[in-house]
Design a protein around this ligand. Structure first.
Ligand SMILES: [Mn+2]
Length: 378
């Protein structure tokens, strides 16, 4: 066989080998120069940050491209030179913006472990937790019946609204401090951690005296004064996503709480507003892995407000846990048809037990029914 058919790589042709070596050397030179350029770009960023100058200035980019095309002697056509340098410019801008993201307190840096939020002796951020209870605290009997079922089922958190932000000013606005007391008493009777929403900077201290965890609701996610106020209480915060918030806006809302000195934050996805009419909101499952990637904070999913209906809650809850959520929040009421708010989406006590049964394979031992746990421990 002749040489040309056996050596297709050309490795035995000395002049070809030499040219390839030259190309490899130039590649390495380009690499060194690209990183030199990037380092200078980061210095430019620091100066721009100090002086509040825009990172991206289109006229400056245009000027650089024009200069390069003018100096271009070929053989690359001008269009290719433009393309190549545009790539370099955008990579450089991306590097600058990546640095900006890293500066958030809540951001996840490479190698960071997941954060654990401690609510008393209950940790949120490892095994999935269930947070359940009525939309609104209505009376003692209602709270007692729900709390008893939760305790029997091994659920850790009792929720219930005392201050209700309602779409209509004529809707039930909640029992206020009387409701807070009922929630606290029911939680204490059955050893449950309590969560309630705080809607106003003026009532933050009052609410913090009664419950274990403060909820900032979807409507208030961008109430920055409220975020600053809840940060000062030292209580863990459940931060719901606004129905119209991007992940970045949600992350920055969490940053307000962290910057205020409180890193005990649990995120809560509760659906976003879309064109879909079949559900009250659209549960954004992708937010779960994406937020876990962006930050270390635990994330739970409120399936009730996402769906606005009962029949698909088990599917949404299982999907949330499969996507990596650290827990599920669900509205439960002894007589949903009599509920003073969100009547159409609250589960009755039997439906709640059935939901937990559906979730059982995804839950860890601590969330098994009390009877089963006693059996396992004996
Ligand atoms: Mn509700």
């Amino acid at each position: 066989m002749s040489k040309s058919t056996t050596d297709l790589s050309g490795a035995s042709d000395p002049s070809l080998v030499e040219l390839r070596n030259q190309i490899s050397a130039i590649n390495h030179e380009i690499l060194v120069q690209l990183n030199r350029r990037a380092e200078i770009g980061l210095k430019v960023r620091e100066i721009k940050e100090r002086n509040a100058i825009e990172m991206f200035i289109p006229s400056r980019e245009q000027e650089m491209l024009d200069g390069l095309v003018e100096a271009n002697a070929g053989p690359f056509p001008d269009q290719v030179i433009r393309q190549l340098f545009r790539e370099i410019f955008s990579a450089s801008l991306g590097l600058m913006q990546a640095r900006e993201k890293e500066t958030l307190m809540v951001s996840r840096r490479p190698g960071d472990p997941d954060a654990l939020v401690q609510v008393g002796e209950v940790s949120v951020g490892r095994e999935p937790v269930i947070m359940a209870g009525p939309c609104a605290v209505e009376d003692e009997d209602q709270m007692d019946r729900v709390a008893q079922v939760l305790a029997d089922q091994g659920v850790a958190f009792l929720r219930g609204g005392a201050f209700k932000p309602r779409t209509s000013p004529y809707s039930f606005q909640g029992l206020g401090e009387v409701g807070l007391r009922m929630l606290k008493d029911a939680g204490a009777r059955y050893g449950l951690k309590t969560i309630t929403e705080v809607v106003d900077t003026r009532s933050v201290e009052l609410v913090a005296r009664y419950v274990d965890m403060l909820q900032v609701g979807a409507r208030n996610m961008m109430n920055y004064e409220l975020l600053k106020a809840v940060a000062t209480t030292g209580k863990p915060v459940l931060l719901k996503r606004s129905f119209a918030a991007t992940l970045d806006e949600w992350l920055r809302a969490a940053e307000y709480v962290a910057l205020g000195g409180n890193s005990q934050i649990v995120l809560c996805e509760r659906g976003i507003r879309t064109f879909a009419k079949e559900t009250r909101n659209t549960l954004d499952i992708s937010a779960i892995p994406l937020m876990k990637d962006l930050c270390r904070l635990p994330i739970v999913v409120d399936v009730s407000h996402a769906a606005g209906r009962r029949d698909i809650l088990a599917a949404l809850a299982r999907a949330s846990l499969a996507a990596g959520a650290h827990g599920v929040m669900v509205e439960v009421h002894p007589s949903p048809h009599l509920a003073r708010s969100d009547a159409q989406q609250q589960l009755d006590l039997d439906q709640f037990a059935a939901l937990l049964d559906a979730l059982r394979p995804d839950l860890m031992p601590h969330a098994r029914p009390r009877a089963a746990r006693q059996l396992a421990d004996s």
